[in-house]
Design a protein around this ligand. Structure first.
Ligand SMILES: [Zn+2]
Length: 230
C-alpha cells in the first residue's frame, strides 16, 4: 500500500508522459500511450525478410541473411520523434519498449528459435558515457526479454566516428571500416546472430559489424532495427 501511495505521489509531482504525444500516461501504460502504440508506423519487413527494400540496400556490402525493421522512418514522422527522444532526451525505456513490442511481433512471425544471441551495435565509450546508455543495447534488452534469447556485447567500437550525414556513400563505407572489432576472448564460431541497431539508413554501420562477426566464424547474421528510412 505504501509503495502504491508513493508511486501515485511521484506521478503527481513528476508525471510520466508519452514520448510521442506528451500526454500523461495512465497506470497501465508503461511507455507509449495506448493511442500512440496503436498507430505506430509498422514496417513488417520480417514478413519478407529476404527480399525487401532493406535487403537490396545491404546487397554487396555483406553476406547477411535477413534484414528487418520494426518501424518505417520518416523525417518529422512518428518514428523520428521516438528515436529523437530515445537518443537525445534521456528516454532509454523507449528502446526497451520498442524491443519488447518487436520481439512479440517476431515470435508471432515464427522467429522464436532463429538465433543464439542478440548483439547490439556498440557506441564509442566516450559517446556512451555522455549519453548514459547505448540506445541499440536498450533495443536489444527489450528483444532479449521478449524472445528469451540472451544479449551479448560481442563488439566494440575502436574509433570515434563523427556524424556521417554529409559524406558520400563511398566515404561512409571507408569511414566505418576497421571502426568495429570483436571484444577479445570471445568465441562466436557457429553462432546464429541477430545484430541490432536503432536505425538503418545506408546500412554501412550494420554491414561493417556483420562482417566482423562473419569473419570470426558466426554461422549467419540477421539484421534488425527499430526504424528504417532515408
Ligand atoms: Zn501518446
Amino acid at each position: 500500500m505504501r509503495l502504491l501511495f508513493l508511486n501515485d505521489f511521484l506521478d503527481l509531482v513528476f508525471p510520466r508522459t508519452c514520448p510521442q504525444c506528451g500526454r500523461a500516461l495512465l497506470d497501465f501504460e508503461h511507455c507509449l500511450c495506448t493511442m500512440c502504440q496503436g498507430s505506430l508506423p509498422l514496417a513488417n519487413f520480417h514478413l519478407r525478410p529476404y527480399d525487401n527494400e532493406l535487403t537490396s540496400k545491404v546487397m554487396g556490402l555483406t553476406q547477411v541473411n535477413r534484414v528487418m525493421s520494426f518501424l518505417r522512418f520518416s523525417k518529422k514522422g512518428k518514428s523520428q520523434k521516438l528515436l529523437h527522444q530515445l537518443k537525445y532526451r534521456n528516454r532509454p525505456e523507449i528502446g526497451v519498449e520498442m524491443g519488447r513490442l518487436y520481439g512479440i511481433a517476431l515470435i508471432h512471425g515464427g522467429y522464436r528459435d532463429e538465433w543464439d544471441v542478440i548483439v547490439p551495435v556498440p557506441l564509442h565509450p566516450v559517446k556512451q558515457r555522455r549519453r548514459g546508455y547505448n540506445q541499440s543495447e536498450k533495443f536489444a534488452d527489450g528483444l532479449s526479454t521478449a524472445i528469451q534469447i540472451k544479449k551479448s556485447n560481442l563488439l566494440e567500437r575502436r574509433k570515434f566516428t563523427d556524424t556521417q550525414t554529409k559524406k558520400s556513400r563511398l566515404q561512409r563505407l571507408d569511414n566505418v571500416e576497421e571502426v568495429f572489432g570483436l571484444r577479445s576472448q570471445e568465441e562466436i564460431s557457429g553462432l546464429r546472430i541477430l545484430l541490432v541497431d536503432d536505425v538503418i539508413t545506408t546500412g554501412a554501420t550494420l554491414c561493417a559489424c556483420a562482417n566482423v562477426l562473419l569473419a570470426n566464424g558466426a554461422k549467419n547474421v540477421d539484421l534488425a532495427t527499430i526504424a528504417a528510412g532515408g
